[in-house]
Design a binder for this molecule. Sequence first.
Ligand SMILES: O=C(O)CCC(=O)C(=O)O
Ligand SMILES: [Fe+2]
Length: 298
Amino acid sequence: MSDNLALEQRQSGIPGSRPALSQIIDLERYPIHQPDHPETKALIRRCREELDDVGCAVISNFVTTASLARMQAEAERLMPQTFWSQDDHTPYMTKDDPSLPADHPRRFFQKRTSGFINSDFLEESSDLRTIYDWQGMTDFISACVGVAPLYCWADPLGRNPYSIMNEGGYFPWHFDGNEFTVSILVQEAEAGGIFEYCPDIRSPEAENFDHVKSVLNGGRDGVRELPLKPGDLQLFKGRFSMHRVTKVQGPRQRIIALPTYVKDPDSVNRPERAKQFYGRALPIHFEREAIRPDRLAD
Ligand SMILES: O=C(O)CCC(=O)C(=O)O
Ligand SMILES: [Fe+2]
């Protein structure tokens, strides 16, 4: 057992303290606190293969049922703090550029009707916070995506939020600002709310606007669907794989946790993106605006 885990587990005996990691992650099935365990090594190998093959890897029932219930309850308590968007976005979250042709993907706006419970609202004993603060998790994700060192995101709002979608909510096609996204579905919609993505539709060298345009216009070439279940952990290359969440049907909200990992320990969202997604930009977003991870359109 790693020192970190032992410490967490001792702390769990203290009233009001965070639950132990073993009460949050199914460490019996996925012993990721033991990086050299043969099952952990095999799991990492499988994730790397899936990421290479289809841009996405899923670990089923990663989070325990009890932890899911706690995350649901936390999201319910924090629901009044949700920042609901009614914005129109391009896939790049950029402003309109009238110098481009009218049918250019950078001029393709769709309405996003979803909300975020920003990371800075998470409760002190939050299971989601505990997962994110555990270095062992960062190390595991780093091994799965084959990038080291990997860091928790410096963005105080976007690093680890819950994303919420109500009945009728839609999250349109877009690229993420960060390279790797990890998600844990906390509550599934009755129908719809399906995650769709186009693996590696662009790369740091090529935007592939023609393919992007065809998908925006309803083309299904290269589009995949991911059937997530509550408790599943998904790893995903969101900066290069355009993705969306289809319209939620039925009254049950879709709730998903989005712990985010980055290669650059200092960069944060551009102020524009922070305002669009999280309803506000903080001094850190302006101070660090010049630090960009690559030269893509964003
Ligand atoms: O809700 C999801 O599954 C994905 C959300 C997403 O793409 C995002 O927050 O950037
Ligand atoms: Fe995304």
